[in-house]
Design a protein around this ligand. Structure first.
Ligand code: ADP
Ligand code: MG
Length: 381
C-alpha cells in the first residue's frame, strides 16, 4: 500500500450539495485543495471549492477533468451513478467504492446486506411485479411503500393501509421496483456514523438520537442518556458489522428504529457523512467530514472525542416563510445565544422542505443545550 495523500494534494468529491461543502471546508482546513463535480454553477460546494467541474455525473469530459484535478475522489451524494464512480476508479482511488455505493442506492440490496450481517430489518416485501403485489401478506399492512431507488427526505414513499391503497400507490409510483415495509411502532430513532480506513481500522461517533418530521430529519441530540447504553452499544456494533461486511472505506451512517421493547431494527444506510452527524463539527474534536477527509487521504483515524452535549436543528426553507411573506430569519438574535453554532449552506432560493442550513447548540450538559435550542426556536419563530 502506498502512503497517505498529504495536505497539499487535491481531494475530489462527486456532488456539490451541503455535504460536499462541509467536506470541502474540512479538507481545506487540513491544507488540501479541493475539486467538486456538479452541474450547478451555483452549487453550495462548488462555490467554495478550488476547482469546480460543471458537468453531469456521467459526462466523460467532466469525469476526466475531475480525475485530472484530484488525486483521490469521494462522493457526497448516494445517487451518483455507480458507473461514474467506476470510471473514476480506473484512474484514481475512489472511496467509498462503486460497489458499496450501489448497495446503499437500492433498498432491496441494502436490506439483503443488513440481513447477511446479522442485523434485523423491518418485515418487508419486494414489489417489482404485479404477482409480487398480489402476494403481499396482510400482516405487512399498514405499511410504507418505498421506491427501491432514489428516495430521500421521505420522498418516494407512501403510507398504505389496505391492499387497494397499496396497489394505487404503486401505480402512482409508475410501478417502479419498490419495497413495502411494515409500519413499526417506534419508541425513537437513532443513527451511528462510522469511519473505516483502507486498513480496516474503524472509529465511530457516539450514537445520535433523531427526530423526524414529515420524513425529514428535524432534530438530532447527542449526549449522556439520550439513548440507553445497551441500545447504543448494539447500534455501534451493528454499524461496525455493516461497514466491515461490505469492506467499506470511508464514512458510513446507519439509521435505526428502536421499538418499545428495546429491539433495534436497521432502517437504511448512507455511504457518506449524514445530516444526523453534523453536530460533530461543533460538539466533537474530529467531525464526520474530517473523518471523510482522513479515510479518503489514507490518514490515520483517531476516535473522535465528544466534548459537548449537542442539539442540532435543521433549518428548512419553511423558516423563510413563517410569517406569510418571505423574509430572512433573525440570525443575529440566534447568534446572540451562547453555544449556538450557525451553518448556512449558501443556497440562493429558500423552498419549503429544502435544507438551507443547520444550527448546533452545544453545552456542557444536554439540558443546557436543549434550553438553547428551545430559545433558538422561539427566536426563529
Ligand atoms: P429516507 O430515505 O427518505 O430517509 P427512510 O426510509 O429513512 O427514508 O424513512 C424516513 C422516515 O420515515 C424514517 O426516519 C421514519 O421516521 C419513517 N419511517 C420509515 N420507515 C418506517 C417504518 N417501517 N415504520 C415506521 N416509520 C418509518
Ligand atoms: Mg432516512
Amino acid at each position: 500500500m502506498s502512503g497517505p495523500l498529504l495536505p497539499g494534494a487535491t481531494l475530489g468529491v462527486m456532488g456539490g450539495g451541503q455535504l460536499g461543502r462541509m467536506f470541502v471546508h474540512a479538507a481545506q482546513a487540513l491544507g488540501y485543495s479541493t475539486a467538486v463535480l456538479d452541474a450547478d454553477a451555483d452549487s453550495p460546494a462548488g462555490r467554495v471549492s478550488h476547482h469546480h467541474v460543471r458537468t453531469g455525473y456521467l459526462d466523460e469530459t467532466g469525469l476526466r477533468d475531475l480525475a485530472q484535478a484530484a488525486q483521490a475522489i469521494t462522493t457526497e451524494f448516494e445517487n451518483v451513478p455507480a458507473q461514474a464512480l467506476r470510471t473514476l476508479a480506473a484512474q484514481r482511488p475512489v472511496h467509498p467504492s462503486a460497489d458499496a455505493v450501489a448497495v446503499a442506492q437500492d433498498r432491496t440490496q441494502e436490506k439483503a446486506h443488513f440481513t447477511r450481517c446479522g442485523v434485523p430489518v423491518a418485515p418487508h416485501a419486494v414489489i417489482e411485479t404485479p404477482e409480487q403485489l398480489a402476494a403481499v401478506r396482510a400482516d405487512l399492512l399498514p405499511g410504507i411503500l418505498k421506491t427501491a431507488r432514489l428516495g430521500y427526505d421521505g420522498k418516494g414513499q407512501a403510507r398504505v393501509d389496505s391492499p387497494q391503497a397499496l396497489a394505487a400507490a404503486w401505480d402512482r409510483m409508475q410501478r417502479v421496483p419498490c419495497v413495502l415495509e411494515k409500519l413499526l411502532p417506534l419508541a425513537f430513532e437513532c443513527s451511528v456514523v462510522v469511519a473505516r480506513g483502507v486498513d480496516g481500522a474503524m472509529v465511530n461517533l457516539p450514537v445520535q438520537r433523531n427526530l423526524h418530521r414529515d420524513g425529514i430529519l428535524a432534530v438530532t441530540e447527542v449526549g449522556a442518556g439520550v439513548v440507553p447504553d445497551d441500545v447504543a452499544q448494539r447500534a455501534v456494533e451493528a454499524t461496525r458489522a455493516v461497514a466491515q461486511g461490505i469492506g467499506y472505506v470511508g464514512v458510513l451512517c446507519v439509521e435505526f428504529f428502536v421499538l418499545h421493547d428495546g429491539a433495534l431494527v436497521v432502517n437504511e444506510m448512507a455511504p457518506r457523512p449524514h445530516n444526523s452527524g453534523h453536530w460533530s463539527i461543533d460538539g466533537a474534536d474530529v467531525s464526520q467530514f474530517e473523518l471523510q477527509v482522513r479515510t479518503l487521504a489514507g490518514l490515520p483515524l483517531v476516535q473522535p472525542r465528544q466534548h459537548s452535549a449537542a442539539v442540532m436543528l435543521n433549518l428548512l426553507g419553511d423558516l423563510w416563510f413563517t410569517h406569510g411573506s418571505e423574509r430572512e430569519p433573525a440570525w443575529a438574535d440566534v447568534l446572540a445565544l451562547p453555544g449556538a453554532h450557525l451553518h448556512l449552506y449558501g443556497k440562493a432560493e429558500a423552498r419549503p422542505g429544502r435544507k438551507m442550513g443547520h444550527l448546533t447548540c452545544t453545552a456542557a450538559h444536554l439540558a443546557d443545550a436543549r434550553a438553547t435550542a428551545r430559545r433558538a426556536c422561539e427566536v426563529l419563530g
